[in-house]
Design a binder for this molecule. Structure first.
Ligand code: SF4
Length: 488
């Protein structure tokens, strides 16, 4: 088992509050709004100033499962950091749930991390040789050990300068909270304000939920330190090119969030319009694969003047259930999530729009659904370019050898899916849809140009994660192995 899903996985979400009597409750709400970024575990650490002692609760599961009212009441204090996790390094178990918390010579420290360190194994080896004993298998713990090293008594900035790769962090020490965004700015991090309290969040949608004012995004390379004197910023990293993950716009972020000062919903609708101009088709109805394809499909339909209809109906109550494989019902795991309104497509020329195709198994099942429902033609349109390369910056794609676009020509993909035609958006159109400069982005999973050199030893972490998760979660791929599994 080298992959666990036909969808790329969100990485993690971080949230923090400083200076509010209900810091834990606000963080709980914040994590709730960030749940789409990670569903394996959730955690909150709170404190109430120097010498108050940190309080932590973390567990496996969704935010609503991990926290109850009594648990939140125990998490007292006017400052908190929180984390939702989907494991991109390290296995899926409770020890790896974040925020991580340690006692060290500089007192108590807690950390929540979104991203992947690209020099993780190198740093870990060095730290272990110097006597560090790791409690988890997550790369985030490396940052904790660096911070705890006596050689970094000068502060967190010199410790942070050693780590490379993608990291949006929230930290808490006994004085306050700290937000950090790596110099490339791979992952988002926003600053908000609420009744004199300060808030940090992976996405602005979480600020909206708690009625916090969106102040600004944390700059790439910025370290924002928030304590009793308010926020102040440091820029300890050498300046480098920006490399914001464009896939946040395509798929990961919530449509109601603002990234790089651009509304995600607007960018997705524009991607649909760009796609329609690049691959127009005569059709009767445009159907999104919900929820991720909704906005691109809307833009596609508007651009070509074709009617738009939600023919696929999502079951919102599945969550991450431990569905058992069944031979009884073909495509059960695909159908249980999305069912089709047959009347909406019967006898029609249908364009089905999704945000991405990774391995192709789920897309293929959708086309089969549409054919069985009596669609006259099925045209597949994808609102980002073909995925051909690995992501080393915190997004969990399958092994590149399993990426359908890495293995097959467009014609072969179309034939595998069983579609009448297929069309992907190109890189220029995807970038244009955001209204931002192409040099602002990481595009590595589409182009193969990775902005930060990758430590191949990180594969050890990734392989371990996959091995562990294979025994932990049953997914589409577990139950419906790709046809390509047998030939690649
Ligand atoms: S490789 Fe792709 S998914 Fe990973 S950070 Fe770059 S754009 Fe995002």
């Amino acid at each position: 088992m080298t992959s666990t899903s036909d969808r790329p996985r969100d990485e993690c979400g971080v949230f923090a509050v400083y200076g509010h009597p209900n810091a834990a409750l606000l963080t709980y709400y914040g994590l709730f709004a960030l749940q789409h970024r990670g569903q394996e575990s959730a955690g909150i650490v709170t404190a109430n100033g120097p010498d108050s002692g940190f309080k932590r609760h973390a567990d496996m599961g969704l935010v609503s499962q991990v926290f109850s009212a009594p648990v939140l009441e125990q998490l007292t204090g006017d400052r908190a950091i929180g984390h939702v996790r989907y494991s991109t390094t390290g296995s899926s178990n409770l020890a790896n749930a974040q925020p991580l918390m340690v006692n060290c010579s500089r007192g108590q420290l807690a950390i929540g991390h979104n991203g992947n360190l690209t020099n993780a194994s190198l740093l870990r080896d060095e730290l272990e040789q110097r006597g560090s004993i790791f409690q988890t298998t997550v790369d985030s713990e490396i940052i904790v050990h660096l911070l705890a090293q006596p050689s970094h008594q000068g502060g967190i900035l010199s410790a942070l300068r050693q780590v490379e790769g993608a990291f949006s962090l929230v930290l808490m020490d006994e004085r306050g909270i700290v937000g950090v965004r790596d110099p490339f700015g791979f992952r988002p991090l926003a600053l908000g304000k609420l009744e004199g309290a300060w808030v940090l969040s992976s996405e602005t949608c979480a600020l909206d939920l708690i009625h916090a004012e969106f102040v600004r995004e944390i700059e790439p390379g910025e370290v924002i330190i928030i304590d009793e004197n308010g926020p102040r910023s440091e820029f300890p990293f050498p300046k480098t090119k920006r490399a914001f993950c464009i896939f946040e716009f395509v798929y990961f972020a919530r449509p109601d969030s603002v990234l790089e000062n651009v509304n995600v919903h607007r960018a997705r609708v524009e991607m649909g319009r760009e796609l329609a101009r690049l691959h127009p088709v005569e059709a009767d109805v445009v159907v999104p694969v919900p929820d991720s394809g909704n906005y691109a499909a809307l833009g596609f339909a508007e651009e070509l003047g074709i009617s738009y209809n939600h023919a696929f109906v999502r079951n919102h109550y599945i969550g991450r259930t431990f569905l058992q494989p069944t031979q009884l019902i073909r495509d059960f795991n695909v159908r249980v999530k999305l069912n089709l309104i047959k009347d909406a497509v019967r006898g029609k020329r249908v364009v089905v729009v999704d945000d991405s195709i990774v391995r192709g198994t789920t897309a293929r099942a959708r086309v089969v659904n549409l054919r069985e429902a009596g669609a006259k033609e099925v045209h597949m349109r994808v609102s980002c370019p073909p995925h051909r390369f690995a992501c080393h910056y915190g997004i969990d794609f399958p092994d590149p050898a399993k990426l359908i676009a890495n293995q097959y020509t467009m014609e072969e993909i179309r034939d595998y899916l069983g579609a009448d035609s297929i069309g992907y958006l190109d890189v220029d159109g995807m970038v244009r849809a955001t209204g931002l400069d192409i040099n602002s982005f990481c595009l590595a999973c589409f182009t193969g140009n990775h902005p930060v050199a990758f430590d191949p030893e990180l594969d050890k972490f990734i392989m371990e994660r996959r091995r562990n998760r294979a025994g932990h979660l049953l997914t589409d791929e577990d139950q419906h192995p790709s046809l390509f599994d047998s030939v690649s």
